[in-house]
Write a protein that binds this ligand. Structure first.
Ligand code: NAP
Ligand code: HSE
Length: 431
């Protein structure tokens, strides 16, 4: 290869992120060429609807609608997948790897479920498979975990990794706007995916924490191994109680290795308003990592959106292009060398916030305390009692209890005639 021979990309998708990648490769072409040692050009762009107006400027002649036009083009050495969804994205990436092309993607759906297969193909074909944009948008997190923190025994990864829900919870907390209104706003601003179920249901965060846990613990964790609770049941009332009690509610993605196994979960949680994650607001993401050598490290930044995500994707492109240009390989492929056991959420322990609607008459509190006690759930405090119609609203915080015991206590409460409704059960994440 001569010094200035261009490196060609086949871009799959020219939507939000794809358009961002086009903008960066165009606007920063000079700098990128200097960093790589050769110009980096997009040769073809695959889309579904060629007639659509795009958010980036490029020659119309680059557009193709058949993947084979990219896979059969020997000039193209890097395939950048920013289409989204499992299929046909997974199939296209597998075919690209088999064709000996390096693959860069921001697709957490595919990486979180089929990472193992894609890594195996990349290994067999001696090509790169990079996915920095799949977690945390523009925040560097995959490379730091795989490379900069490689010397550590990681015990915990905990973060806010979904921008949409963080934006929603922030708005609900600050402006007391209800769930439906704030979701519509998040969609209008382009934070939420077209179908927001994955965001508000916790599945987007589950995919991201599965990817982070796999790297942190050297053990393959699939999205199907993650316990998931979304924010759809979080009401303004819970938010108000949290504030009164000195907490905020955040959707947390947590992966812990306690030495006996790892547990990976996504759920809303009360965290103390003094906790550093409590200050992570709006669409921002943050990830805390605890390592035995480094101690605590935190990564913070824009976790979604066109340019932050395109920044991470383009950085991967630059890394691959540099390797191609210099005929070297700095490939770091699958880092899952271990098979640690996975622990179910029932084996985890934490305090819980519980909001109940109960009959307002003597003896009810004692009966409720008895139901908790029967399952070894100790109550730390019964902190509020408000009148709601003819009933009383009880707000309880337990001591640290096993999730399994808490579930049994809630089942028994739900069957009691004096309990009208178990309105909320939310974990309290201790520092
Ligand atoms: P998007 O705006 O919906 O764009 C998707 C693009 O892919 C469109 O150009 C679409 O073509 C094309 N496409 C989809 N299916 C196709 C098919 N079967 N054949 C050919 N082209 C197809 O999506 P996005 O928001 O850019 O997201 C892309 C990826 O980045 C996803 O994996 C997403 O999870 C990830 N990501 C997004 C963000 C974010 O903030 N948006 C952040 C982090 C990661 P048409 O334009 O013709 O419809
Ligand atoms: N919908 C995702 C979020 C986009 O809100 O974080 C980034 O993956």
């Amino acid at each position: 290869m001569t010094v200035n021979q261009p490196i060609y990309i086949g871009l799959l998708g020219a939507g939000t992120v794809g358009s961002g990648v086009i903008k960066i490769l165009t606007n920063n072409a000079g700098n990128i060429e200097k960093k790589v040692g050769a110009p980096v050009h997009i040769k073809k762009i695959l889309v579904r609807s060629p007639e659509k107006l795009r958010d980036a400027v490029f020659e119309e002649s680059l557009i193709v609608t058949n993947i084979d036009d990219i896979l059969n083009d020997d000039d193209i050495s890097i395939v950048v997948e920013v289409m989204g969804g499992e299929q046909p994205a997974k199939d296209y990436m597998m075919r690209a790897l088999k064709a000996g092309k390096h693959v860069v993607t921001a697709n957490k759906d595919v990486v979180a479920r089929y990472g193992r297969d894609l890594f195996a193909l990349a290994e067999q074909n001696q090509v790169d498979f990079l996915f920095e944009g799949s977690v945390g948008g523009g925040i560097p997190i995959i490379r730091p975990l795989k490379q900069c923190m490689a010397a550590n025994q990681i015990s915990e990864v905990m973060g806010i990794v979904n921008g949409t829900t963080n934006y929603m919870l922030t708005k609900m907390t600050r402006d007391r706007v209800d769930f439906a209104e704030v979701l519509a706003e998040a969609q209008a601003k382009g934070y939420a995916e077209a179908d927001p179920t994955a965001d508000v249901g916790g599945w987007d965060a589950a995919r991201k924490i599965a990817i982070l846990a796999s790297i942190a613990f050297g053990t393959r964790v699939s999205v199907d191994d993650v316990y998931v609770e979304g924010i759809t049941n979080i009401s303004l009332k819970d938010i108000e109680y949290a504030s009164e009690l000195g907490y905020v509610i955040k959707l947390l993605a947590i992966a812990k290795d306690d030495g006996n196994g790892i547990n990976v979960r996504v759920h809303p949680a009360f965290i103390a308003s003094t906790h550093p994650l409590a200050a992570v607001n709006d669409v921002f993401n943050a990830v805390f990592i605890k390592g035995d050598a480094v101690g605590e490290a935190m990564f913070y930044g824009r976790g979604a959106g066109q340019m932050p995500t395109a920044s991470a994707v383009t950085a991967d492109i630059i890394d691959v292009a540099r390797d191609i240009h210099h005929h070297i390989s700095s490939r770091i492929l699958c880092t899952c060398y271990d098979q640690k056991p996975l622990r179910s959420v029932d084996q985890t322990e934490s305090p819980f916030f519980i909001r109940l609607l109960v009959e307002d008459k003597p003896g009810v509190l004692a009966a409720i305390a008895g139901a908790f006690g029967a399952q070894q759930v100790s109550l730390n405090s019964v902190i509020q009692k408000r009148k709601v119609d003819s009933c009383a609203e009880l707000v309880l915080i337990t001591y640290k209890v096993s999730t399994a015991n808490l579930r049994l206590a809630i089942t028994s409460l739900s069957g009691m005639s004096v309990v009208r409704e178990v309105q909320s059960v939310i974990r309290v994440e201790e520092e």
